[in-house]
Design a protein around this ligand. Structure first.
Ligand code: NAD
Length: 265
């Protein structure tokens, strides 16, 4: 059995990860971690997740003796500390945290010279298939269309645009030989003038309990293609993280994406 620790176990994703881990035949939940002021410390992770008792109490400290793989869906600052911890103790990681900056991504790359890390801003199989569809659409349509990315998430999400929307932008920009940093336009207001063809636009919606929706428009003269993904349950991300954990259990070192896990690379 692969021994799993979940960071952020009482969070929205953490609860689904506990459930997905419990439903997996070859994973066993050994640690459930939360921040030290969380009111649910000491509670059983299964009860917090709304499933049967798992006999794993939520604590505020990792214990490397207990787990093989840390699944981390928390916050970039927390994830950065966990990368240091797993590097120091030679443990593998599956990282779903979004909003990670270049410094943290560089830390992951350096750590991955010694340990195996799977890092993906979106672990749904459908979204990762969409990345492939976007590559194809961008390559075929090229500069003949305007490209806009629209994403919608629940009101509690703290980063914008979503990590998935940014990844979609990167995939498209790479396919077109553009630099996303210089061609991205984030929201528009006022006298903005006509649209420049080379730009890739991002629009963000934050409302209610939307789990996660992404649409990419490829709009030309006389026709428009829309590639849309809608997540209706966080279990899609949690099951992806479990699939990734199983996959990375066979790796000794390296930084991998969900595209690697799914064999889409
Ligand atoms: P959330 O706020 O509900 O959960 C985060 C949890 O982390 C909280 O319970 C918080 O108390 C806990 N936490 C904070 N500090 C901690 C610490 N030091 N140690 C352990 N736990 C700590 O947020 P969420 O909606 O579950 O999302 C978490 C992250 O996952 C976000 O970055 C989100 O964008 C990302 N996310 C990724 C995917 C994906 O597929 N990769 C899917 C959904 C969400």
């Amino acid at each position: 059995m692969i021994k799993i620790a979940i960071a952020g176990a009482a969070g929205r994703m953490g609860r689904h990860l506990v459930q997905a881990c419990a439903e997996s035949k070859n994973m066993t939940l050994k640690q459930a971690i939360e921040r030290s002021d969380n009111a649910l410390l000491g509670s059983d992770a299964g009860i917090v997740a709304g499933i049967e008792v798992q006999n794993v109490l939520i604590t505020d400290a990792l214990d490397a003796e207990e787990f093989d793989i840390l699944i981390d869906f928390t916050h970039p600052d927390v994830t950065a500390n966990h990368v240091d911890y797993c590097l120091q103790h030679n443990r593998k990681m599956v990282i779903g945290t979004t909003g990670c900056d270049e410094t943290l991504e560089q830390k992951m790359r350096e750590a991955a010279e010694s340990i195996a890390i799977m890092y993906a801003p979106n672990m749904s199989v459908g979204v990762n298939l969409c990345f492939q569809l976007l590559k194809t659409a961008a390559t075929v349509l090229g500069d003949t269309v305007d490209i806009e990315i629209i994403e919608a998430h629940h009101r509690h999400k703290v980063d914008a645009p979503s990590g998935t929307a940014l990844k979609m932008g990167q995939v498209i920009a790479e396919s077109l030989g553009r630099d996303l940093d210089s061609c991205a336009v984030y929201g528009r207001e006022g006298q903005i003038g006509p649209r420049k063809r080379q730009t890739i636009g991002f629009e963000t919606i934050r409302a209610g309990d939307i789990v996660g929706e992404h649409t990419v428009l490829f709009a030309g003269e006389g026709e428009r293609i829309e590639i849309t993904h809608k997540a209706s349950s966080r279990m899609t991300f949690a099951n992806g993280a479990i699939r990734a954990s199983h996959w990375i259990s066979q790796k000794d070192r390296g930084l991998y994406s969900m595209q690697d896990v799914l064999g889409l690379q």
